[in-house]
Design a protein around this ligand. Structure first.
Ligand code: GTP
Ligand code: MG
Length: 295
């Protein structure tokens, strides 16, 4: 270790919603840094994950699934994808095995072309798709861009991930480490709490409500033994507020308990979590809320 030169590579993970970008990042990191859910549009903020393995530092950027920019929030999400692509050494263009090419994917490929970006085609979810379909998907997408590598993976079983890391390592440049080897993520703890809370809403609420919700920290105090925080959940309508709180407060209690249990494990300390639901019409276009969300 002492005699080896250190090297670094900056990697942006992009793709349409729900293909498993965040799951892939967590699997590569060997720990959770980005929230995941079965619903599209889970990731809103850019999330950095730093993995230091021997003499190589991988700096991953998870981006929101590319979608329509129909609000200030949507625009910020699209912007974060194109910034991420511009600033990386290499892009992982993640697709789902068995899929046809979608319009949003063509938009991302255009961003790659504009930036003459070096890219890998990462075919995820290979654990659930027959080999013939995987090959078909690969031949379809390979025609659209000159990918440096094509790697079938499963972020769930770990298939192909060692391969992916070693192909990335081969392309890392000699440099000093930009981060301490113990550094993992740039997300402040208070925001991580917000994100886990939002993840539990994505799991527990129907299709529409969680997408119109924002979670921001109202207060956050941490010492060596515990975290005490209160969080505001913004939604856009009275009826949504009712759904989030649930009959007799049951739903909000369930969401907050699931979040608290996971956060206690994550931080290794006691977590006291208070949640308040407030209505703020059109928060997706409110610059004050977007600023609080770090966008
Ligand atoms: N079977 C299988 N499911 C996967 C795999 N990777 C991710 N998933 C599932 O796919 C769903 C979406 O995963 P996410 O990681 O949230 O997807 P994403 O691309 O980050 O989604 P957005 O942030 O909304 O763009 C979740 O239900 C994951 O459990 C995989 O390799 N195999
Ligand atoms: Mg995601």
């Amino acid at each position: 270790m002492e005699n080896k030169e250190t090297k670094t590579i900056f990697i942006t993970i992009c793709g349409r919603p729900n293909v498993g970008k965040s799951t892939l990042l967590n699997a590569l990191m060997g720990r959770k840094v980005s929230i995941v859910s079965p619903k599209a549009q889970t990731t809103r903020l850019r999330v950095t994950g730093v993995l230091t393995k021997d003499n190589c530092q991988y700096v991953f950027l998870d981006t929101p699934g590319l979608n329509k920019a129909d609000s200030s929030l949507g625009q910020a999400m699209v912007q974060s994808v194109s910034d991420g692509i511009e600033n990386a050494d290499i892009t992982l263009f993640v697709i789902q095995a068995g899929d046809k090419v979608l319009k949003t994917e063509k938009r991302i490929l255009n961003m790659l072309k504009t930036n003459r970006m070096r890219a890998f085609l990462i075919v995820n979810k290979c654990d659930v798709v027959p080999k013939s379909e995987i090959l078909e998907t690969i031949s379809l997408f390979s025609q659209l861009y000159d990918f440096e590598e094509v790697i079938p993976v499963s972020a769930v079983t770990g298939l192909g991930l060692d391969d992916l890391l070693s192909e990335l390592e081969r392309r890392a440049q000699e440099s000093v480490f930009y981060f301490e080897p113990s550094y993992v993520s740039d997300m402040p703890d208070a925001y991580y709490v917000c994100e886990v809370l939002r993840e539990k809403m994505l799991y527990n609420l129907g299709q529409e409500v969680p997408h119109t919700v924002a979670v921001v920290p109202e207060s956050f105090q941490q010492d060596s033994k515990s975290i005490k925080c209160s969080m505001i959940i913004y939604c856009t309508r009275e009826s949504h507020k009712g759904i989030i709180i649930g009959k007799g407060g049951e739903m909000l209690k369930k969401i907050a308990t699931q979040a608290r249990l996971e956060l206690e494990k994550h931080f290794g300390k006691k977590v006291y979590l208070e949640c308040f639901v407030k209505i703020k019409n059109d928060w997706q276009n409110s610059s004050s809320v977007l600023t609080q969300l770090g966008m």
